[in-house]
Design a protein around this ligand. Structure first.
Ligand code: CP
Ligand code: NVA
Length: 325
């Protein structure tokens, strides 16, 4: 069934019904198949898209750019030092200017209020490419990856282990609640997600058959999981917290023993990336214990992280096509 999502922004999946999310998910799979078959779409022909980035990005930026080009749109990258935004001009004024020139706006940055302001005042669809609070386009790629591996996602068990209150964990909690997934957020108590978000997700879950569990018990949290998911222990903007997070999160490293504890041979490993899994980055050279995932798991047969990264392209394309095409 087709849904009319034209003109809608995507700030968090909380604003979408389960059927609307499934529609965008199906469209993602379809667009992926078209791309594999060499069929080019013209769904965004003649559109111009602003890409606002306050924080760095590899996957999200590239996915938006390639998705635009694949579908005939023109992307314009606007980095934090390229425009007046934030220094000499407010969110409200920037939104009104960009909305007069562009057909859609992607925003990645710190405050979730910024992306809400852009959506409120620009008059065009605004897509959240990550804020401190949510990372919804990532969560859709994660669910597509689950679907590719297990078929129907309803009833699957997803255990996210690590910093339980970051943007990725929050968005996984939301999309799991919407799609009937048994979602476990496994983290130290001091990094549990906000009670208000958990309450909202549990409300949604009551209607969809999802389950939301927040626990600091790794063994219980990962038991029966179809997928173990982790993210960096200190997100962008939290670099000063690295030493304390390493101390807190070391017992939550995703490794071979944790996979054993799932009791499920077919369990897969997911990570939004970038990941610390070896000592080959500047940060991991400085902090050798920062590894949220062992190199063996990251490079091993359970790992689906590069499928997940590719799926950012297909899902971001589907989001733009559904809301703008
Ligand atoms: N997963 C993700 O959002 O990656 P980037 O920070 O590279 O965009
Ligand atoms: N939680 C991470 C996700 C990066 C894609 C961060 O915000 O840095």
């Amino acid at each position: 069934m087709a849904f009319n999502l034209k003109g809608r922004s995507l700030l968090t999946w909380l604003d979408y019904t389960p059927d609307e999310i499934r529609y965008v998910l199906d469209l993602s799979a379809q667009l992926k198949a078209f791309k594999r078959a060499g069929i080019r779409g013209r769904n965004l022909e003649g559109k111009t898209i602003a890409l606002l980035f306050e924080k760095p990005s590899t996957r999200t930026r590239c996915a938006f750019v390639v998705a635009c080009v694949d579908e005939g749109a023109h992307p314009e990258y606007l980095g934090k030092n390229d425009i007046q935004f934030g220094k000499k001009e407010t969110v409200k004024d920037t939104a009104r200017v960009l909305g007069r020139m562009f057909d859609g706006i992607e925003f990645r940055g710190f405050s979730h209020e910024t992306v809400e302001g852009l959506a409120k005042y620009s008059g065009v669809p605004v897509w959240n490419g990550l804020t401190d609070m949510f990372h919804p386009t990532q969560a859709l790629a994660d669910v597509l990856t689950l679907q590719e591996n297990f078929g129907e996602v309803k009833g699957l068990t997803l255990a996210y282990v690590g910093d339980g209150r970051n943007n990725v964990a929050n968005s996984l909690q939301v999309i799991s609640a919407k799609l009937g997934i048994d979602c476990r957020i496994v983290s130290p108590k001091s990094l549990f997600p906000s009670e208000s978000l958990v309450a909202r997700c549990r409300d949604v879950a009551a209607a969809t058959g999802a389950k939301i569990t927040i626990t600091d018990d790794v063994k219980a949290g990962v038991k029966g999981a179809h997928a173990l998911y982790t993210d960096v222990w200190a997100s962008m903007g939290e670099e000063d917290k690295i030493p304390e997070r390493i101390a807190l999160l070391k017992p939550y490293q995703v490794n071979e023993a944790m996979f054993e504890a799932t009791g499920r041979k077919e369990a897969i490993f997911l990570h939004c990336l970038p990941a610390f899994h070896d000592l080959n980055t500047d940060v991991s050279k400085k902090f050798p214990d920062i590894q949220e995932v062992s190199d063996g798991v990251f490079e091993g047969p359970q790992s689906r992280v590069f499928d997940q990264a590719e799926n950012r392209l297909h899902t971001i394309k589907a989001i733009m096509v559904a809301t703008l095409g």
